[in-house]
Design a protein around this ligand. Structure first.
Ligand code: GLU
Length: 466
């Protein structure tokens, strides 16, 4: 069997979006799962709309998702000679002709056709003129006017198109720049692409591309068109549904593992499994398991997956991922060990790194603020004795861990005849400022004796003054 070669050919007219990332992932996975190669190609022939900045944004996103490519990035604008050479071949074999119709003439004839109820396609005015290359001329592909072209799609099954419906499409513009449908075919032929996997918004382009392959006597690749991604309201995913660019998800505190896992399930399934490591995906991915109907992107699912991957990581790994988020806040510069300890206590509940960075505040600042309502409710006069007692007992402790802290709390409660449960919330408010936090002894161990005593004293002061 010939080796599989897939490609991802983004147009650099913006950042990498969820849909594009899924296409890249499917191509990457298919190549990896078949021991093949994955090529990155930048389709920058739309010179007006393509920018360096978008190229960089796309490459950054691919790197963040760890979708490494084996070849490229190739740039179409560096390959203009190649397209010209193939255009010449098509002209020489009679499959293409030069056309001198101006934009205004075309417009007029299109309008006339529509007014008469005819299809507004190119009317073939220059087909038989036998023109040569010249200024303001475009090269058009001579599409056969009869017969049908069948796209045998791996995902969608066979789709038949009437050739008479297809235009004599422009393949080279008057400035010598190739159009998408032509450049893509020449690239896919010359790069030896065996499988073209892309969004099904390209289905209607495919018969035109197939005709160009045939005219050049080239072998067709396999085509697989992946259904669109929809939002929860079942309309195609767009800005209206929230963030669409991959890097926005990074900023929102998602892990690449979670986004990849979410992306792969947009269209592909393996029984009712939801969680896949990269290696499992490479082992299990097949195009046969890509569904025929649009898939729905939900934030809820992504959050669930992200929480899963956050739990799975070692706290030490999360330290570096959290540092940029800590740097955006007024946090102190804490050691890796301290942060890892704090992270371990927050891992079970965080859905995103942003959520974790926020929840981490009480570990990362010197001065915590009491939430007013929590302070009024829990830092009450009856806690005065409890706090004094805890402060003196805790000051005596040598080890400051769950095993040594627990008896101090138990004994204090017994001696002062208050329920242990009554003590926990006031202490939590004193240590964290609020009423929600990981387990009390866990956070005390991370904060350390000095900070705990300092904060209890501040709590006591509040009690005494209010
Ligand atoms: N540059 C095209 C796009 O971004 C590529 C389409 C294709 O895969 O052929 O939509």
């Amino acid at each position: 069997m010939e080796p599989v070669i897939t490609r991802f050919p983004p147009s650099p007219t913006g950042s990498l979006h969820i849909g594009g990332a899924r296409t890249a992932l499917f191509n990457w996975l298919f190549a990896r799962s078949r021991g093949g190669r994955f090529i990155l190609r930048i389709e920058d022939t739309d010179v007006e709309r393509s920018t360096e900045e978008s190229v960089k944004a796309i490459l950054d996103a691919m790197e963040w998702l760890e979708l490494g490519w084996d070849e490229g990035p190739y740039y179409q604008t560096h390959r203009l000679e190649v397209y010209r050479e193939y255009a010449r071949k098509l002209f020489d074999s009679g499959h293409a002709y030069w056309c001198e119709c101006s934009a205004e003439q075309l417009e007029m004839r299109r309008n006339a056709a529509m007014a008469e109820g005819r299809k507004p396609k190119y009317d073939g005015a220059c087909r038989t003129k036998g023109l040569g290359e010249g200024p303001n001329r475009v090269l058009r592909f001579r599409t056969s006017e009869t017969g049908t072209t069948v796209l045998k799609d791996i995902i969608k099954g066979p789709i038949e198109f009437d050739n008479s419906e297809l235009d004599d499409l422009v393949i080279l513009k008057s400035d010598g720049i190739p159009t998408y449908n032509f450049a893509v075919v020449i690239d896919d032929i010359t790069m030896g692409i065996t499988h073209v996997i892309r969004g099904d918004d390209h289905v209607n382009n495919t018969p035109r591309q197939i005709l160009i392959y045939r005219a050049l006597g080239a072998k067709l690749p396999e085509f697989g068109h992946v259904p669109m991604i929809h939002g929860e309201d079942r309309s195609p995913l767009s800005k209206r549904h929230g963030a669409t660019s991959v890097m926005e998800y990074k900023k929102m505190g998602f892990l690449p593992e979670a986004l990849l896992n979410c992306l792969v399930r947009l269209g592909w399934s393996h029984g009712d499994e939801e969680i896949f490591s990269r290696d499992e995906l490479i082992e299990k991915f097949t195009l046969e398991n890509v569904g025929k109907s649009p898939s729905i992107f939900t934030m809820e699912k992504l959050l669930w997956l992200n929480a899963h991957y956050i739990k799975e990581k070692r706290p030490e790994e999360l330290v570096n991922l959290l540092r940029p988020f800590a740097a955006q806040r007024d946090y102190l510069d804490k050691s890796d060990t301290f942060m890892a300890g704090a992270i371990r206590t927050l891992q079970p509940r965080a859905h995103t790194l942003v959520e974790m960075a926020d929840a981490m505040r009480f570990y990362m600042v010197d001065e915590i603020q009491f939430e007013p309502e929590a302070a009024v409710k829990f830092l009450t006069a009856e806690m005065r004795e409890v706090f004094s007692r805890l402060i003196s007992e805790l000051s005596e402790l040598e080890a400051f861990d769950e095993a040594s802290l627990e008896p101090v709390f138990r004994n204090t409660a017994e001696d002062l005849k208050v329920k242990l449960g009554k003590i926990a919330q006031p202490v939590r408010v004193a240590l964290t400022g609020g009423t929600k936090s990981p387990g009390l002894f866990e956070i005390m161990e991370v904060l350390g004796k000095e900070t705990v005593i300092e904060r209890l004293k501040k709590g006591l002061k509040y009690i005494e003054e209010n």
